[in-house]
Write a protein that binds this ligand. Structure first.
Ligand SMILES: Nc1ncnc2c1ncn2[C@@H]1O[C@H](COP(=O)(O)OP(=O)(O)OP(=O)(O)O)[C@@H](O)[C@H]1O
Ligand SMILES: [Mg+2]
Length: 261
């Protein structure tokens, strides 16, 4: 049965050029359904570009993107996207920001309000449903963005450095909450980060991209650490350190190359 289940995402020989600049070149990868996979690589290597290709916001210059076995043409309707910069509408209350994706899908107003109220609670925003984005802390804005992307019940969640700007404690909490959501829903997650510790502690697999231009996949690492994971303690485990050193030897080289360019 497992062999018949198509991957959530397949990139086959995917390249993306912007005029004369080649961002990614000949990237092939698969993400099986239900997995939590991270993409890491130096700044500017093409991580967001790959997510945009998976989301159908950009078209590959060469190669093919398949989503649950079907070639992707246009927007990927099975995915939701948590952007690198959150995209909250400043003139809408938290609860209405959370309900946006449901509005776009033409859901009944009453039902979407009810569901949005649930997500206000579920993402720890109790009491802030009527607040406006400018009244929120950075961490709370991320919670709204998280609720926005999960409320539409997507099969696939694309997350682009969602917690990069947060302090370390808030970040640990939110990482834990994402893992809980993921474990409870069985969705597929593709998570972009430049932070290797974060990638390893959250993921089933870490994929390393080379420095740009013409970035390619230079390594894929299974993370066979037991779940559920304690994100605070996991970083002190020997198996974590061993894996970190292996992946870092790849990533380090690419980071140094990107400095040199
Ligand atoms: N629309 C565009 N037009 C031209 N160049 C682009 C466009 N989008 C991305 N690029 C270029 O492609 C390369 C990869 O960009 P991308 O945003 O995917 O990198 P990234 O790995 O997400 O970087 P960061 O870690 O800083 O977020 C960069 O050199 C960027 O300038
Ligand atoms: Mg990016």
């Amino acid at each position: 049965m497992i062999g018949l289940t198509p991957p959530a995402i397949e990139l086959e020989g995917v390249s993306k050029r912007f005029e004369t600049y080649t961002a990614v070149e000949n990237v092939s990868l698969t993400v099986a359904q239900g997995r939590f996979v991270s993409l890491v690589g130096p700044s500017g290597c093409g991580k967001s570009t790959l997510l945009n290709l998976m989301a159908g916001l950009a078209r590959p210059t060469a190669g093919q993107v398949r989503v649950f076995g079907e070639p992707l043409n246009g927007i990927n309707r099975r995915a939701s996207y948590m952007f690198q910069q959150d995209a909250l509408l400043p003139w809408k209350k938290v609860i209405d920001n959370i309900a946006l994706g449901l509005d776009f899908r033409g859901r009944d107003r009453k039902a979407s309000n009810r569901l949005a109220a649930e997500w206000v609670k579920r993402t720890g925003l109790d009491g802030f449903g009527e607040a406006y984005p400018h009244q929120l802390s950075g961490g709370m804005r991320k919670r709204v963005a998280m609720a926005q992307s999960w409320i539409v019940d997507p099969d696939l969640v694309l997350m682009d450095e969602p917690f990069g700007a947060l302090d370390v404690h808030t970040r640990l909490r939110m990482e834990g909450e994402i893992l809980d959501l993921w474990a409870a829903t069985g969705k597929t997650v593709v998570f972009v980060t430049h932070d290797l510790e974060e990638a390893i502690s959250l993921s089933d697999e870490v994929m390393v991209l080379s420095a740009g231009p013409a970035s390619r996949l230079v390594g894929r690492y299974e993370v066979d650490l037991a779940r559920p994971r304690n994100l605070i303690d996991i970083r002190t485990e020997t198996a974590f350190h061993q894996l970190y050193r292996r992946v870092w030897s790849d990533l380090r080289e690419e980071v140094l190359k990107s400095y040199a360019r």
